[in-house]
Write a protein that binds this ligand. Sequence first.
Ligand code: ZN
Length: 414
Amino acid sequence: MTPSAADSPADLIISACTVLVHDDQERIGFEEDAAIVVRNGLVEAVTTSAAVADLPAAERIDARGQVALPGLVNCHTHAPMVALRGLAEDLPTEEWFNGVVWPVESNLTAKDVELGARLACAEMIRGGVTCFADHYFAMDAVARVVAECGMRALLGEAFFSSQGPEDRERSLEFALRHRDSADGRITTALAPHAPYTVVDDDLAATAELARTHGLPVHLHAAENRDQTETSLTRHGVTPVEVLARTGILDTDVLLAHGTGIVDRDLPLLERADGRTAVATAPRGYLKFAWPDTTPVRALRAIGVDVGLATDGAASNNSLDVWESMALTSLVQKSAEGDPRWLTPARPCTTPPSRAPAPWDWGTRWAASRRAAGRTSSWSTSPGRTHSPSTTSPPPSCTAPAPPTCAPRSSTDGS
Ligand SMILES: [Zn+2]
């Protein structure tokens, strides 16, 4: 869209930058000497620097030599756990959690959580992340930090069945209390911890609450092969089958990890009535020496979106979504035995006919990374076309429709 000649000046004009654009075929590209016009908190236009030369604006940024691109979304993390980074290194999952992390974590105060979240948000902003899906406790503190720092977030108060039905109620109260707060930057979810820590009755009740209140659900599911095998041994069903029989798959649901998703789960995920998405955080899988990774190709083949994530920084030391992007691409190539799969240019579909060589894109992404900490992020909505001729839609960042694994789609919908 052409910049408006409205009476009031634009809030912000960023000019002389290289800007990432994409078309309705999900092909991405870069335009030089571009300008971004922000008005009333929204990207009004992405155009040329010449077109905005005489446009009045409250603030101007000359972004020469920098790249402007949508902010990244961290689709699954536990932001406050940044305070525990480095506490336990190079241990098997159970020993890491039960032996070291949980004894400390269970004694964290709301103040500790707030300080951890503040540190995590600063780190994510510096890394180009503008939206994250968070799953923890004492989430009122995290909501305060998000409201203050300007990010977007999908927040869920985690609960376990071992702590009684009151915890499930607290998760609902949190979701209703903070839904659409911070001028709509905060969205909320119900957040049962996982099928192995939340019993079927609680999961079924959660699904009912989600339907009643129009809330999504965010939980860990089939995190690794051991969980799936244990579930099969003890209950005769996989974790995903538990989600299906309790109605969770009939809600809009974000599943964290899913490296234990097996073939028999795929028809259930494909038939799910709600919007189902999976967050993949490969750095942690590598560090814990899990034998599998998220089956991105199989999930994409049945229409399940996969988003990039880091998980909490205590488990893998990182909140770097750029790194998650690179690791996802490399690990997926290795897992599928296919170097053509999941390329940066167009990871989830067939390559565009005029796709640049992958290393060219790599250069671009590297340059983008360097610029990310210095350039004001602009935004579009996931799945929507954003080009110099379109207007940005209203902000949105909801986990049930997190971006796919493509670099473009892994950008913030804010
Ligand atoms: Zn997690």
